[in-house]
Design a protein around this ligand. Structure first.
Ligand code: GTP
Length: 380
């Protein structure tokens, strides 16, 4: 039996309806993510909706053969350095999967041990390469494990807390293993960390799957045509990576704030892309009740570099991350920009093929309409 409070206020896909919907399933190891994933896959298949899956852990064979049978396109990702494997390769895996299979929707089951912000970062990185719409971050909470870890504290508990904070939908699972008092305690603990996301108590992750419905009125058919190119891209990171980050291999220049070279703290990254569906112009704003929000805006055309930098500089504190590809009208160049911890970095890029201009913003409770109005001001 599942109980629920509140309901998500889903936003529609873009006007062209061509963005691929992405749902991220988060939650600690063994919490019930795969159990949920199987149900969601069946739900889509029953509706003849084309679903693809990215699994973040090789060797996860909890899919009962239905995915492994080849019916559902799936990318399995090896573990490893989070910042390289997850951030760079996840966006690349997403792009390859979408190029090859043209799914209506992609489900990503993240490794239970991953920091959810890293994964959200990686998924939105993919928005630089193709039109995706990250609509749901469903965190499956292992009720008994949460209570046990909560008493002990420690790193695992911290990670669980992060996963709960990031969620747009919370699922407190394994209710069958909790007494009524413990169930109340678990819900209170979760609510204390994230008061915004709808919370459902479940056994075997059995939630109302309507939260995974495609955007209002979005007809899965006709499907967007599969892009024919062989896309490759390397993501440009924005944080210091002590491990084996990949290095750029293509002709590019770094420019920081109109020639003020602030140095490049994490080695040289380059972007090489072949991207299709380039010229669309729309925005995806997400559930206004979500704790962590993303806003993806596809720019209509070139913008002034000074005005754009000024916009980034006055972003509210609640926007802690932004990234994208922009074309500057005054320099006639394309740039990849990275905004993190109030520092902005511009990297000149020479994309191959059609690459759309896009700006992605990640933060908490920021005023999306105000930001969209500011962006529209740049485009006019
Ligand atoms: N008792 C009980 N067991 C459950 C429930 N939900 C899932 N399980 C079991 O818990 C185990 C882990 O479930 P999974 O769905 O594989 O969990 P996961 O989050 O995908 O695990 P990882 O991929 O290892 O992170 C399986 O043996 C499930 O059958 C539940 O509500 N109650």
């Amino acid at each position: 039996m599942a109980t629920t409070d509140g309901g998500p206020n889903r936003s529609a896909n873009g006007p062209q309806g061509r963005a691929v919907t992405v749902h991220l399933l988060s939650g600690f190891l063994g919490s019930g993510k795969t159990t949920l994933l199987n149900q969601v896959v069946d739900y889509y298949k029953a509706q003849d909706i084309n679903v693809a899956v990215v699994m973040n852990e090789l060797g996860d064979v909890n899919l009962d053969g239905q995915l492994l049978g080849g019916e559902v396109p799936m990318a399995e990702m090896l573990g490893g350095c989070i910042c390289c494997t997850i951030r760079g390769d996840l966006s690349l895996e997403l792009k390859t999967l979408i190029d090859e299979h043209a799914p209506d929707v992609v489900l990503i089951e993240s490794t239970g041990a991953a920091n959810p912000m890293e994964i959200i970062d990686a998924v939105t990185e993919a928005a630089l390469l193709l039109r995706i719409d990250l609509r749901t971050i469903a965190t499956v909470v292992d009720g008994p494990e949460l209570l046990a870890r909560g008493k002990r504290g420690g790193r695992t508990f911290k990670l669980m807390q992060e996963q709960i904070r990031c969620a747009t939908d919370l699922i407190v699972n394994k209710a069958d293993k909790l007494s009524p008092e413990e169930l109340v305690e678990a819900q209170q603990l979760v609510r204390g960390l994230n008061a915004y996301a709808p919370l459902t108590v479940t056994v075997r992750s059995a939630i109302d799957l309507a939260i995974f419905d495609l955007a209002d009125g979005a007809d899965p058919k006709p499907r967007p045509e599969a892009a024919a190119g062989t896309g490759r891209a390397k993501a440009a990171g924005s944080h210091v990576c002590g491990a084996d980050c990949r290095h750029g291999e293509h002709d590019h220049a770094h420019e920081h704030g109109h020639g003020h070279d602030r140095g490049h703290e994490h080695g040289e990254h380059a972007r090489e892309s072949h991207v299709h569906d380039a010229h669309a112009h729309d925005s995806h704003a997400h559930d206004s009740h979500a704790h962590v929000m993303t806003l993806t805006h596809y720019l209509a055309g070139p913008i002034d570099s000074y005005a754009f930098e000024a916009l980034l500089n006055r972003l509210p504190q609640d926007v802690y991350r932004a990234k994208g590809i922009v074309t500057f009208s005054d320099t006639n160049s394309r740039f990849l920009f990275q905004f993190a911890y109030r520092e902005t970095e511009f990297i000149r890029i020479t994309p191959q093929g059609d690459v759309h201009d896009v700006a992605v913003f990640i933060g908490e409770h920021f005023d999306k309409d105000a930001l969209l109005a500011e962006l529209a001001g740049l485009e006019s």
